[in-house]
Design a protein around this ligand. Sequence first.
Ligand SMILES: [Zn+2]
Ligand SMILES: [Zn+2]
Length: 380
Amino acid sequence: MNTEQDTDYQYRERVVVPRPDKELRFRNGRIPGYFSIFLGGLSLAAVLAYLFPSYLTTTDLRAAYDAEALQDVLKYGMWFSLFFGITTFVLDRRKRLGAAGIAMTLIAFALGGYNVPVGPVEPKPLSLGVDWLILAFLGSTIVFTSLEKLFPKYREQVILRDEWGLDFFYFCLNHLLISAVLLFGNFLVTHFEWVASDSLQAAIQSTPLWLQVVLLILVADFVLYWEHRVFHEVRRLWPFHAVHHSVETMDWLAGSRAHVVQIFIERGLVMLALYLLGASKEALDIYVTFAALQAIIIHSNLNVPWGPIKYLLVTPQFHHWHHSSEKPAIDTNYSAHTVLFDRLFGTYHFPKAHWPAEYGTTQKLPGSYLGQLFYPFRRR
Ligand SMILES: [Zn+2]
Ligand SMILES: [Zn+2]
């Protein structure tokens, strides 16, 4: 199928039931409670990362930020965690969240707080990306929750929707595992170095930066298209990818849900392909930033007029259709970056006047992390 829309299908509007009981408000204690616990948790994680940078920070990322300047941010995080924690007691609402936030902040103070000296760094091949998690979580929450509040597709959809905790767990895990994924990618690269062509790499590096970025996007998209399609269409592989499709509410956090096996395969294959291409480091940095932002945006509860961009790049509406459990959308829209390969290989489904009414898999998956981790290994 290669269609804008299925003329025989009756498209429906999605119904989002308002959940006033789940809304984030200052008065119901949810805003101070969650602010306190998140800031307390991040502060404690940050202090630990300052104490044990060899084990808890990412070598490549460390070069990009100033650890001492970030101590100022930590200072505000700690004081605000205490302030919001105390507020829950004043309001007499969500005191457990406030108490947990205060407790974590006090432990962070006891370990040295925002004056903790930056520990000695001996780069290790494998570490937990605690720094990457903290920075990505702060940045993404601020930017994407604001965008979703300003330009929502479904205004009634709450931030603390069903299964947000599960997706937050996936978000944390994916960021903590960054150095393991990079290590796996490098392992693949060292085994396929013989494929690389010096003359091809030199030719690519001599082209303008914008062209290198376009090439990287197209090559990665081709690899991701086929990797994604194989995960959908090979029966034994589908249960791994079904985890990503088990989300029934789409927002910026939803895209984090993915089986760890698929994450390693997907990232490893892309790293290998991009390495063989041999573009410059600048072009790679631009590509990685673009890919990371696009991956979050396309899952978001976001409705902005993309204009002609939607005919070129994968946008939220296009990828939301990929997550739909409605018949005409099944096994369509595999592309990650541009719509080109879906157009070329006949898997394009984009009824521009409609959004999906239903998301998720036709067969329900377990709702816990461990249940989903072992789901592909279950006997069927
Ligand atoms: Zn898929
Ligand atoms: Zn997705």
